[in-house]
Design a protein around this ligand. Structure first.
Ligand SMILES: [Zn+2]
Length: 297
């Protein structure tokens, strides 16, 4: 049997190579190795690809994945070979105090999972990181299940962090995949009004399909003014920041009513908050990497 596989490796800005890599194997007794059924490119892969985040060394790409378990270490109890599993980009034990509190991506034993854009993937802490589906899914279902590995969970966490509840008014800054799934999450959580902030007609259309009741195409101060206008000068109860730039963060904070909440999930690049502005905004801020393994029942 071949001991290598093909996988995507980022060498530098704009330089991705699909090349031979060693097949992953069980290293720790808590590991699993899976045969990847589907993987994809994350918005956060684009920062180093575009040269905005430095690439120190050739780096195997990919942290969104689902697939079939091939092998598990002897200490793995709940995951078995043959199961279809979905995993997180951070491995977590799901037993430490932070995991128990629902913050698995702050696990005391967290490990980065990377290199999923390949045929096989090693997943540490398999019991705490992977979720098995009850049956083998159909091929048509696999792309949807893949979204649970990151992007759907991230949109969902943005809505959780912004404290979306039935009846509230929500604004979503960012119309990429995360922002659009933030719209969908807010609808599933019972938001009454959902303002999607988007300039792209095709994404505006999707946002409406996912539950947006209003679309605001202005950005910055103009965007804030439109949200205020739509809410009788009050501001949104919950704002989801799904971009990660300074302007997007300020747009989110300024669109939120006093006492409202911003859930921020865009990986920050150049975000700097002014203490005075924050002090007088009276806005709750919560966010960070999503909790793929948090239970929401
Ligand atoms: Zn933990």
């Amino acid at each position: 049997m071949s001991r290598t596989m093909r996988g995507a490796v980022l060498y530098g800005p704009g330089d991705v190579r699909f090349e031979e890599r060693d097949l992953p194997r069980i290293v720790e007794p808590t590991d699993a190795v899976i045969r990847v059924s589907a993987t994809c490119v994350c918005g956060s892969d684009l920062w180093p690809y575009r040269g905005i985040s430095p690439v120190a060394q050739p780096t195997p790409m990919g942290h969104e994945y689902c697939g079939i378990v091939e092998e598990v270490g002897h200490a793995v109890a709940s995951i078995r070979p043959g199961q279809f599993v979905i995993g997180s980009f951070f491995a977590s034990d799901n037993t430490c105090p932070h995991c128990t509190a629902g913050y698995q991506t702050s696990c005391q034993h967290k490990e980065v999972v990377s290199g999923a854009q390949a045929g096989r993937l090693r997943v540490p802490l398999a019991d705490g990181t992977l979720v098995a589906t009850p049956d083998l899914p159909s091929d048509e279902l696999i792309p949807s299940l893949l979204t649970l590995s990151d992007v759907m969970g991230t949109g969902w966490f943005a809505a959780v962090a912004a404290d979306v509840k039935p009846g509230v008014t929500v604004a979503v800054v960012g119309d990429g995949a995360v922002g659009l799934l933030g719209v969908l999450s807010a609808r599933l959580m019972g938001a009454d009004r959902i303002v999607a902030m988007s300039r792209h007609p095709s994404r505006q259309k999707l946002a409406r399909e996912f539950g947006a009741t209003d679309v605001v195409s202005e950005r910055g101060d103009g965007g804030v003014a439109r949200v205020k206008e739509l809410t009788k000068g009050v501001g949104a109860d919950a704002v989801l920041e799904c971009v990660g730039t300074h302007d997007a963060m300020m747009q989110a904070i300024c669109s939120t009513r006093p006492g409202g909440s911003v859930g921020y999930v865009g990986v920050p690049h150049g975000v700097e908050l002014d203490g005075q502005e924050l002090f007088f905004a009276h806005v709750h801020l919560h966010g960070g990497p999503t909790q793929i393994r948090r239970r929401h029942d």
